[in-house]
Design a protein around this ligand. Structure first.
Ligand SMILES: Nc1ncnc2c1ncn2[C@@H]1O[C@H](COP(=O)(O)OP(=O)(O)OP(=O)(O)O)[C@@H](O)[C@H]1O
Ligand SMILES: [Mg+2]
Length: 359
């Protein structure tokens, strides 16, 4: 059993609360992503799990064992660090074997595990090279191989792809996903890249200011962000937000936004006349040349073809919105258009708190 449980975990550096009473459970074999902006406490959380940082409050459990005060070597974990330091004076083989030798694993077993690990990461042709003779991506794979040959119950990875170029990131991302399907270690993966999080995570914990603001499947985090921060952090381009007023009457609920009235399929928990924010993703807006009662009037700013689709920037009142359109779509800057929101995909938020409204 290698589930992980953090209970009200807290870590403070002077006046900075890096981890603010976080409670989070990660299931045995799960791939959990910690996602959040720079400085939100991701690395600190991981270091507390690893035992490299002593928490100021709360407990950490691995399996049923309370490891809060246990030294790192006894926790059954392996970690790939943000600066994936490999030893420059050792060959790839010796780098990967290092931890196993430290643990006193017999030499023939070390050799077998190193070769298996290298094959899994497709660096078996490189075992006799030194790190200086490798590309960044190959060096990265050495760091991952070094961690997985330990056959850890828990694998912690801190932005392992951050030093790679875009294409290599894409390849390594798929490789890491495949690797997890083979190795099945309980994995905690830290990133500030939302695409990486959506791609890799079975669940994503979105972190802000040392707190988990939402923890859910990639689909839920994307479709049903818990608040404005999550909607604005996930998605490229992110969710659009518009100020609106909620209307409720005998016929049901609607939002009034930019002169349009959009009927809602479900009534949210907010009163008639309530100030709300409409959250809508770029792909859930259709652009029309003619007005309609539920169409928000807007003016075209710019149209950018992006290969499989185009990205349209429009202004609706004081707001700038992004809309994805088919590549065939054409519009001149300055043209008037009407935006129709897919009402079922609207995420309503409280204008004051930014929290999503139930309903
Ligand atoms: N050893 C330390 N001493 C003082 N402050 C620290 C220390 N380590 C981290 N911090 C502070 O704690 C906060 C969280 O840092 P942390 O490294 O966990 O962030 P992060 O989410 O990993 O950021 P990044 O994406 O930039 O790596 C930051 O404000 C950081 O400045
Ligand atoms: Mg970090």
């Amino acid at each position: 059993m290698a589930s992980i449980r953090m209970e009200r975990l807290r870590k403070v550096f002077g006046k900075v609360v890096a981890v603010a009473d976080v409670s989070l459970e990660i299931a045995d074999g799960e791939f959990m992503v910690l996602l959040g902006p720079s400085g939100c406490g991701k690395t600190t959380m991981l270091r507390c799990l690893a035992g490299l940082e002593r928490p100021d409050g709360g407990r950490v459990f691995i399996g049923d064992r309370d490891v809060t005060d246990a030294p790192p070597a006894t926790r059954g974990i392996a970690m790939v660090f943000q600066s994936y330091a490999v030893f420059p004076h050792m060959t790839v083989r010796d780098n990967i074997a290092f931890g196993l030798r430290m643990r006193g694993v017999p030499p023939d077993k070390v050799r077998r595990r190193v070769e298996d690990g290298a094959a899994l990461l497709q660096i078996d042709q490189l075992l006799d090279r030194y790190p200086a003779q490798l590309s960044g991506g190959q060096r990265q794979r050495v760091a991952v191989a070094r961690a997985i040959v330990m056959q850890p119950e828990v694998l912690l990875m801190d932005e392992p792809l951050s030093n790679l170029d875009a294409l290599l990131r894409l390849q390594m991302r798929a490789e890491l996903k495949r690797l997890h399907e083979e190795v099945r270690s309980t994995t905690v993966y830290v990133t500030h890249d939302q695409v990486e999080a959506l791609s890799l995570g079975q669940r994503i914990a979105v972190i802000r200011g040392g707190q988990v603001v939402q923890c859910d499947t990639p689909g839920r985090v994307y479709d049903a962000p818990a608040n404005r921060f999550v909607g604005g952090f996930i998605g490229s381009p992110p969710m659009n937000f518009l100020d609106a007023t909620l209307r409720r009457d005998g016929a049901g609920a609607a939002v009034e936004v930019g002169g349009a009235r959009i009927p809602l399929p479900r009534a949210p928990q907010a009163a008639d006349g309530g100030e709300v924010v409409v959250g809508i993703r770029p792909e859930h807006i259709a652009v029309q040349p003619a007005p309609s009662p539920d169409g928000v009037r807007a003016r075209v700013v710019v149209l950018e073809p992006l290969g499989p689709q185009a990205l349209l920037t429009v202004r609706a009142g004081a707001e700038t919105l992004k809309v994805t359109t088919p590549v065939e779509f054409h519009a001149e800057p300055g043209a008037e258009v009407w935006l129709r929101f897919d009402a079922a995909r609207i995420r309503l938020m409280d204008a004051r708190t930014g929290d999503a409204l139930a309903g």
